[in-house]
Design a protein around this ligand. Structure first.
Ligand code: G3P
Ligand code: MG
Length: 257
């Protein structure tokens, strides 16, 4: 299996400020073995972990939208990511990719890095700058994915040994050609429009299927029964049972659902 039955989506996004070191840490505490994070570039080309090109972030004057592509790291580093509604977690600082990889290495987790360009046309540069960071950091298990296939093409050329994934909201008609061209190992799909026969067709080619975003155990059971390999969830704790009185991380339990 490339990743895990349950991949923590943007860290434990449902309970901590998404895509932050705190969200990664919490996902690990909840037993997640893999985490999915989004990476984009600041105006001075520093890869940071953030989902929105125009991000609502907390600064000294309160919460405000920040256009990431126009903002240097020196400014971004003073901004904080708000916690999700209903969470008692405090806001948390934005993490660089380097900080996130270091923590993931310490925690012994794997990383699905989603290349999320801060503007159109930045896919390749985002991939290149991210690879430079990954190469300078301690080695971790990786899968690189993106909706921007120019980034996947660059990953194939520059880091052929890192498994690649195509991201789709809805499986495109030409997905088989794309799989052949980009030589990907998995396809990551939105769960809403996913069809059972699509899963079967992808699995038949020997690829793995991961679905986002699945927060209900019942739905995950259905998807697993179709042959889906793993789900991205904002709430990994709903899917993973930790043994009592044990600090040892255990695997997501998949087959025991
Ligand atoms: O990588 C799976 C999922 O994160 C893709 O959608 O918008 O949550 O980054 P999004
Ligand atoms: Mg993502």
């Amino acid at each position: 299996m490339l990743m895990a039955r349950v991949v923590a989506h943007r860290g434990a996004k449902g309970m901590a400020p998404e895509n932050t070191l705190r969200a990664i840490q919490l996902a690990a505490e909840q037993g997640a073995e893999w985490v999915e994070l989004d990476v984009m570039l600041t105006s001075d080309e520093i890869p940071i972990i953030l989902h929105d090109k125009k991000a609502r972030l907390i600064g000294t004057l309160g919460i405000k939208p920040v256009l990431v592509k126009n903002t240097p790291w020196q400014q971004m580093r003073h901004l904080q990511v708000p916690p999700p509604a209903g969470s008692e977690e405090p806001p948390a600082p934005i993490a660089t990719l380097a900080q996130a990889v270091k923590l993931i290495h310490q925690l012994g987790m794997g990383l699905n890095l989603e290349i999320k360009p801060a503007a159109k046309g930045l896919g390749v540069l985002t991939l290149e700058r991210s690879l430079a960071v990954l190469q300078a950091c301690p080695a971790i298990s990786l899968v690189i994915s993106s909706f921007d296939f120019s980034a996947i093409e660059a990953a194939k050329a520059l880091a052929p040994n890192i498994p690649r994934a195509l991201l789709y909201k809805k499986l495109a008609n030409n997905w088989r050609e794309a799989v052949r061209y980009y030589e990907v190992r998995s396809i990551h799909l939105a769960e809403e429009s996913l069809q059972q026969q699509e899963v079967a067709a992808i699995r038949e080619l020997g690829l793995e299927v991961y679905c986002y975003t699945v927060n209900l155990v019942g739905r995950s059971k259905e998807l697993f029964s179709w042959g889906v390999n793993g789900v991205f969830s904002d709430f990994p704790d709903r899917f993973i049972r930790l043994p009592e009185n044990s600090s040892k991380r255990i695997r997501a339990y998949g087959d025991a659902f």
